[in-house]
Design a protein around this ligand. Structure first.
Ligand SMILES: [Zn+2]
Length: 169
């Protein structure tokens, strides 16, 4: 008897889980129409093309730099930063990754929905036009930046001017 009950409740729980997942999927579904999604897709694709061309150019530059330095960079060369090109390449690769992620969100129809914890709100279209790679709404982005600032502040052992807690009397 108890065994049968357990089976049913397990089945029920599965149904509930599935329903919750359905609701989550439904909430995360893009609110943008096909025309808008197409517009952002074209925008992102053209940014991707540009960035790929830039990376290609920088790669060539990097190679010529390596050749010019006789196969390797001189580590203590103070006149020029040998890693400048590398930094530029890696910055672009990071951006390329974000563009690819955004294109994937268009592909699976979740583009323009905030991925912030417990948010799932549509991202303002003006914000998307300015930063089409964004996956956070303005309030969530602000929240994230605040947290990052806090973490950075702590890691630098930044002391606030808060008075010390007086012992309870
Ligand atoms: Zn949000």
């Amino acid at each position: 008897m108890t065994k049968a009950k357990k089976v049913i409740s397990k089945e029920r729980r599965k149904q509930i889980d599935r329903l919750a997942q359905d609701i989550k999927n439904w909430r995360m579904r893009s609110r943008l129409g096909d025309a808008q999604l197409g517009y952002f897709e074209r925008m992102l694709m053209s940014q991707k093309t540009t960035i790929l061309q830039e990376i290609e150019k920088l790669d060539k530059l990097r190679k010529s730099e390596v050749e010019a330095s006789g196969g390797k960079y001189v580590a203590d060369n103070h006149t020029s930063d040998p890693s400048a090109t590398d930094t530029q390449i890696s910055n672009r690769q990071k951006r390329l990754k974000k563009i690819s992620d955004a294109l994937a969100r268009i592909e699976n129809n979740t583009y323009g929905i905030c991925i912030g914890k417990d948010c799932g709100q549509p991202i303002d279209i003006k914000r998307l036009e300015l930063t089409p790679i964004t996956d956070l709404c303005a309030p969530c982005k602000e929240e994230k930046e605040k947290k990052e600032k806090k973490i950075n502040g702590n890691s630098r052992h930044h002391q606030t001017n808060l008075p010390m807690c007086a012992p309870a009397q």
